[in-house]
Design a binder for this molecule. Sequence first.
Ligand code: NAD
Ligand code: MG
Length: 399
Amino acid sequence: MSGRIGVTILGSTGSIGVSTLDVLHRHSDRFRVVALTARQDVEGLYRQCLSHAPDYAVMADPDAAERLRERLRSAGRPVEVLAGAAGLEQAAVLPDAAYVMAAIVGAAGLLPTLAAARAGKRVLLANKEALVMAGPLFMALIRAHGAELLPIDSEHNAVFQCLPPDHAATDLSAAGVRRILLTGSGGPFRTLPLDQLPEVTPEQACAHPNWRMGRKISVDSATMMNKGLEVIEACWLFAALAEQIEVVIHPQSMIHSMVEYLDGSVLAQLGNPDMRTPIAHALAWPQRLDAGVSFLDFARLARLEFQAPDFARFPCLQLAFAALEAGGTTPAILNAANEMAVQAFLDRRIRFTDIAAVVEQTLERISGRAVDGLTTILDDDARARATADERIAARTLRV
Ligand code: NAD
Ligand code: MG
């Protein structure tokens, strides 16, 4: 079958990766899997290699790569196995893959995602942390290398669908846009009594009411840091100012976001909460594909509710707005401190409410700088991780 579009998935064993493979499999007449990558889940990537027959498989962990290579060899599968950070970057730029799904979680996805932009790919961006860390650099690479950037985050994909088709060419006000309304469910603790928040467990934080996702983004949704990262992401994707973005709590997650125009019109994108919808949209754009998603039944949609976000309950949201305003490397510092704090919470080393405290104290101790290149971003990411680690250690003693 010639003429099929080659697709590489960075982070194929994760929640977004698996949903992407599901959509690709439904349309194997149009798409072909060129490369799959994972950190260290040998069994998971091995099974995906058997089902999807990629040309390349990459394991970030070199020992895991060796084990995968051996398993594929014994099974007689002709998959070339690459390893480490270099292997991830190689997978992102393969000539046979015109599309790259960036679905690694966290800062680990930054370098391969930038490599895909530099190689002029259609970048399907789920890895929001990459854009939060390196917004100006990332957007400049997309423009300089004729790459395409299509948002997978459901809110940003919704906004993309509600904006005029040529929005990237003009600024938002010139396009008649008054505000972008980013919706968020409020996560599992939206109504929990505040005095119970310090005691919540990782299992409770990861039990999102509407979405099944990886553990890091699930905790981010529970603190609403996720929405904060998404505000920063939206500023870069749509050349928006912070004051043009408003966060609206919408517990049912049926409206995925909205755009309000000067004439009072509000365009919304709705659908069942299933990431295969934005994934299929970005794969097919400007056409449409069957995503395998169940359709909305309006007669059964009981009601749609909205409320303003509560900053006292969700201090991470406030911290993200402050980091956006500070600019430069401050969003990268926020992101790094948050990644460290979320991992420490998942490891039961700190409490849920310590996450915001660790991020805030890291931001107080490390001041951001103007972004003059990737090295500055990576340096401040490393400085923030070291400081966050100290703040975590100080708290761990008290838990
Ligand atoms: P996940 O934890 O389920 O999967 C992460 C993937 O990245 C896995 O394949 C894992 O092997 C790989 N990975 C992790 N650390 C790595 C490392 N150090 N080096 C190389 N690979 C590594 O995460 P997810 O929920 O699929 O989320 C992926 C990204 O998509 C995140 O940035 C998240 O914010 C974003 N996103 C996810 C959803 C969702 O519904 N899951 C929605 C919107 C945005
Ligand atoms: Mg989202």
